[in-house]
Design a binder for this molecule. Structure first.
Ligand SMILES: Cc1ncc(C[n+]2csc(CCOP(=O)(O)OP(=O)(O)O)c2C)c(N)n1
Length: 273
C-alpha cells in the first residue's frame, strides 16, 4: 500500500477511523470504545504511513505483521482494515453479529488478521514467534504488537520481553497504549507500572516515550524503531482513554460500553469528520 508522509492526511484519517468506531459500536450495541479511541492515532499512522502491506494479499509472506494483543479494541483494527481496503465497509455494520466476518474479538476469518486475540497477555509472545520466524527465513520484515497498560501487568508479557531481548529481535516493535486506565480504574491504583521506561530498558529493550496523539512524534518513533539494531523497541505512547469524544475521555464506564443513540450523535458531531 502507498504510504503517506503527510501528517495532516494522517490526522484526517484518524478522525475518519474514530467516526467509524463510534458508528460500529452504535450499530452493534456493545463493544469497547475507550481503548479503541486511545490507540487510534498510533495504529492509523502504522497502517497508513509505516507498514509494508498489501490489502489485496493479506496472506503474503512478504509483508510487515501487526498483532492486536489487546483484542477487545478490535473495532479500531476493523475500521483501519476496512479503510485500507481489506474488506468492504459494509462489514463494519455487522460487528458482533453471529457468524459475521467481524467478531467481538479478533478471529483469523477476518482478512488482515493472522492470529486470534482477546485473552490478554499473550500477544507479545505471538509477535516474538513471528519475529523469530522472519529472522530464520532471512526476511527483512517487521512485527508490531499493540498492548494495553492493564494488559502488561500479566507475567507472560515479561517472559516474552526477556526472550525478545535475548534473541536480539530488532525486527520486533511493541506499541504500548499507555492510557492510564484498565477495566476497573486507574492502572496506578490497580497495579502501578512506573517506572515504565526503566522496566522495559532493564529487560533489554530500546524505549521511545511519546505523546501517542501527536502524529509527528508517532511517525518519528516508528522510524527510530526501524533504525535500532540488536534489540527490540517499545514505543510507549501516553494517551487518553476515549480520546476525541469529550464525555468518554478518562471515563471508566466507556471501557466496554457502546454509546446510546443520543451519545452517538454527540460523539459524531464532536469528531466532526
Ligand atoms: C486474560 C484476560 N483477563 C481478563 C480479560 C478481561 N478484560 C478485557 S479488557 C480488560 C482490561 C484491559 O486493560 P488495558 O490493557 O489497559 O486496555 P485498555 O485500557 O487500553 O482498553 C480486561 C481485564 C481478558 N480479556 N483477558
Amino acid at each position: 500500500m502507498e504510504a503517506t508522509k503527510d501528517t495532516a492526511i494522517l490526522e484526517k484519517k484518524a478522525k475518519k477511523i474514530r467516526s467509524l468506531i463510534i458508528q460500529m459500536l452504535d450499530k452493534a450495541g456493545s463493544g469497547h470504545p475507550g481503548g479503541s479511541l486511545s490507540a487510534t492515532d498510533m495504529i492509523t499512522a502504522l497502517f497508513f504511513s509505516v507498514m509494508r502491506h498489501d490489502p489485496a494479499n493479506p496472506h503474503s509472506l512478504n509483508r510487515d505483521r501487526f498483532h492486536i494483543s489487546k483484542g477487545h479494541c478490535c473495532p479500531l483494527l476493523y475500521a483501519v482494515l476496512a479503510e485500507c481496503g481489506y474488506f468492504s465497509k459494509d462489514e463494519l455494520w455487522k460487528l458482533r453479529k453471529l457468524g459475521c466476518l467481524l467478531q467481538g474479538h479478533p478471529d483469523r476469518r477476518t482478512p488482515g488478521i493472522d492470529v486470534a486475540s482477546g485473552s490478554l497477555g499473550q500477544g507479545l509472545s505471538v509477535g516474538l514467534g513471528m519475529s523469530l520466524a522472519l529472522k530464520m527465513d532471512k526476511k527483512d520484515y517487521r512485527v508490531y504488537v499493540l498492548m494495553g497498560d492493564g494488559e502488561i501487568q500479566e507475567g507472560n508479557i515479561w517472559e516474552a520481553a526477556m526472550a525478545a531481548a535475548h534473541y536480539k529481535c530488532d525486527n520486533l516493535c511493541g506499541i504500548l497504549d499507555y492510557n492510564g486506565y484498565q477495566i476497573d480504574g486507574k492502572t496506578k491504583d490497580v497495579m502501578n507500572l512506573e517506572p515504565i521506561s526503566d522496566k522495559w530498558r532493564a529487560f533489554g529493550w530500546h524505549t521511545v516515550l511519546i505523546d501517542g496523539h501527536n502524529m509527528k512524534e508517532i511517525v518519528a518513533a516508528y522510524r527510530e524503531a526501524e533504525s535500532m539494531k540488536g534489540k527490540p523497541t517499545i514505543i510507549i505512547g501516553k494517551t487518553i482513554k476515549g480520546k476525541g469524544v469529550s464525555f468518554m475521555e478518562n471515563v471508566v464506564d466507556f471501557h466496554g460500553r457502546a454509546p446510546t443513540k443520543e451519545e452517538t450523535d454527540r460523539a459524531l458531531k464532536e469528531i466532526g469528520e
